[in-house]
Design a protein around this ligand. Structure first.
Ligand code: PRX
Length: 626
């Protein structure tokens, strides 16, 4: 094999769920649909499927058609009548030192209570519920309670602004919103309820708001609309069993908004059946789950990683998940290492941006802790540069823990390109397509490029956890993913495949920027910029950043007569933070007289990027004359 390669130790291979990666990959490649049918058979179904894959109306693929199921049946219900009943499902630690544990039995009790409450508010199968909660156990309960009733959850990351929340609540026409009074962030209270009040000013679909008490400060409660969760669960309606609704495999489980290359976020739709099978199997094979594992995924359930590999994946496998409310560096940069040691975490899944930021604090913070419980590491969200990979592998994993770099997307629901622990690893490569998947690297015209050459990444096989559509936007679904190369799923990433078949993802190839692993559309940032009263035109680009991967650099044209001062630049930055989310705040705001545009008026971000990086601006023949 070429380049730097890490071979797994014999014990890792011998104990792996998949000891022979290549053999299973070959079998799955010969019959991908059969591979998925076998995985689905490892779970329980109320009614079996008639067809594993229905591709008669591609790209609107359907999986396990005719089957009846509910993801909660496999994630929770089946465990309480089996050997996992008293096993811990969730260990939770709050940033302020609060902590709680839930066995599968206790989790089920909490989910039933919350489901009873939600049902009492008139929420039924198919209704949408927005969840806007910090990383607290009620977030798990709320997601699972919705799914149990067949309601469609739409989790909005609790760092999003009132405007962003408003748009998502209205676009999904949610009937109910579940939130908390506040969240703990770096020792401070972040006032969630106030943001909700602002967001719901013009949200006619929302009938009720459930408020979980987390931080305890005074909040305004609308007597007709808002209800404390602790009051509701004390009522008789919360008591008693709550039946898990039997769903069609293809019924929607959730909507999750993510950024695309236009201003309007994309509402990705996932289903009960296929998503369940995809998440269950990828989690089991790639993280090599064992009965005794304590698994920690640092992602927030507000993103797909939290949905698939913090909430649903561990539960579908009967595993024990750990969730921490806070971040890695508060009060000191050893917080995560301390938690790994104290709770005996065995599998640790995080993002390159976190690794890079922690690396900068030096090894001494890590070496104060005994991390010998760890046996496997994972990375997700953006390409992990070889330097960060090596540090994670050496300093955290002591060169004994396989490091699974998992490539996937909100759209894919589950891992698509990733190693398994029995496979040799190359630092910086996400490994090979998951079992049953295949990729191609194409040029602009759709021709495969030779090995080693960069091109556009496409997935060529349908997979159970794939998005089914964009909520109420079927055409945009086809247009975004299936129209450039018909029959192939366009990921929006640039990548290359080396001679050994390893995939190297380079980054987004469209107008999406990954900032600290978070996905932002340039158009979204630009519309936040131009909503500032003095900004008349704006362009946002991503520039390489040592810790964040990419940082946003904004170019703004301001109204004539207004002084372009440092203060104004800062004000514009803060404005974007307040309009969209603090993650979206540009690192730099540059005042310009005009923006380079094509004759048809499209901003040439490529030219701006080259200028900002001091590179050759390339072909300017389509540039509009000033
Ligand atoms: O560019 C790729 C990058 O994240 C994008 C998907 O973002 P999102 O939908 O927010 O989901 C993130 C978590 C699954 C991809 O198009 N990406 C994600 N994982 C990796 C990655 N890039 C390189 N390597 C990865 N492991």
């Amino acid at each position: 094999m070429q380049g730097e390669v890490w071979y797994p130790s014999d014990d890792v291979v011998a104990a792996a769920v998949v000891p022979d990666h290549d053999a299973l990959a070959a079998a799955a490649a010969a019959d991908p649909v059969g591979f998925w049918a076998d995985r689905a058979n490892e779970l329980e179904w109320f009614e079996p499927w008639e067809k594993t894959l229905d591709d008669s109306n591609a790209p609107f693929f359907k999986w396990f058609t005719g089957a009846r199921t509910n993801i909660v049946h496999n994630a929770v219900d089946r465990h309480i009548s089996g050997p996992h009943k008293n096993k811990l499902a969730l260990i939770w630690v709050g940033e302020n030192g609060d902590h709680a544990t839930y066995s599968y039995f206790a989790l089920n009790r909490e989910v039933e209570r919350m489901a009873n409450v939600i049902r009492s508010m008139g929420v039924r199968k198919g209704d949408r519920v927005t969840i806007y909660l910090p990383r607290i156990p009620e977030l798990h309960f709320a997601m699972l309670a919705c799914a149990k009733l067949g309601a469609v959850h739409s989790v909005v990351f609790a760092g999003y602004s009132a405007d962003a929340l408003h748009d998502r609540v209205n676009a999904s026409e949610s009937k109910l919103l579940i939130t908390a009074d506040g969240a703990w962030i770096n020792g401070q209270v972040f006032p969630l309820k106030g943001i909700v009040d602002e967001a719901l000013r013009f949200s006619p679909s929302v009938e009720n708001v459930i408020v979980v008490r987390r931080t305890g400060q005074d909040v305004t409660m609308d007597a007709l609309r808002d209800h404390w969760y602790h009051d509701l669960v004390a009522l008789p309606i919360a008591k008693g069993r709550c039946e898990t609704v039997k769903m069609d495999a293809e019924d929607p489980l959730f909507i999750l908004y993510t950024s695309g290359s236009t201003g309007k976020p994309k509402a990705i739709v996932h289903t009960h059946g296929g998503y369940m099978v995809g998440v269950y199997a990828t989690m089991k094979y790639v993280f090599d789950l064992r009965e005794e594992d304590r698994y920690w995924c640092t992602a927030d359930p507000g993103w797909i990683t939290g949905h698939s590999y913090l909430v649903y994946g561990p539960l579908l496998n009967g595993a024990t998940a750990f969730m921490y409310e806070g971040g890695p560096t508060y009060p000191y940069p050893n917080k995560w290492w301390q938690l790994i040691e104290y709770y005996g975490i065995t599998i640790f899944y995080t993002a390159p941006t976190a690794i890079r930021s922690l690396m900068r604090f030096g090894d001494a913070w890590v070496n104060r802790h005994d991390l010998s419980s760890l046996r496997l590491l994972g990375s997700v969200g953006e390409p992990i540069n070889p330097e960060a990979w090596r540090w994670f592998h050496r300093v955290i994993g002591k060169e004994r823990c396989p490091l699974m770099d998992t490539w996937w997307q909100t759209e894919t629901g589950a891992f698509q390109i990733c190693p398994t622990p029995s496979m040799p690893l190359k630092p910086g490569s996400a490994g090979k397509p998951f079992f049953g998947q295949a990729v191609e690297i194409l040029d602009e015209e759709g021709r495969p490029v030779p090995a080693g050459q960069e091109g556009l990444l496409v997935l060529t096989n349908p997979w159970p956890a794939m998005l089914r559509t964009l909520y109420r936007e079927d055409e945009r679904y086809v247009e975004s993913y299936w129209s450039k190369f018909p029959g192939k799923y366009l990921a929006g990433d640039a990548a290359r495949v080396d001679e050994d078949g390893y995939v190297w993802v380079i980054g987004r190839s469209d107008d999406v920027i990954k900032v600290s692993g978070h996905r932002l559309g340039t158009a979204e940032v630009e519309s936040a910029l131009v909503s500032h009263p003095v900004v008349t035109e704006a362009a946002a680009i991503g520039l390489p950043h040592e810790v964040k991967g990419n940082a946003i650099h904004a170019f703004v044209v301001i109204k004539p007569g207004i002084e372009p001062t440092l203060e104004l630049g800062e004000q514009i930055r803060q404005h974007v933070g307040a309009q969209l989310s603090p993650i979206a705040k540009p690192d730099t705001v540059e005042f310009v007289y005009s923006l380079p545009k094509t004759r048809s008026g499209k901003i040439m971000r490529r030219v701006l990027k080259a200028r900002a990086l001091g590179q050759d601006e390339g072909d300017l023949s389509t540039l509009e004359a000033d």
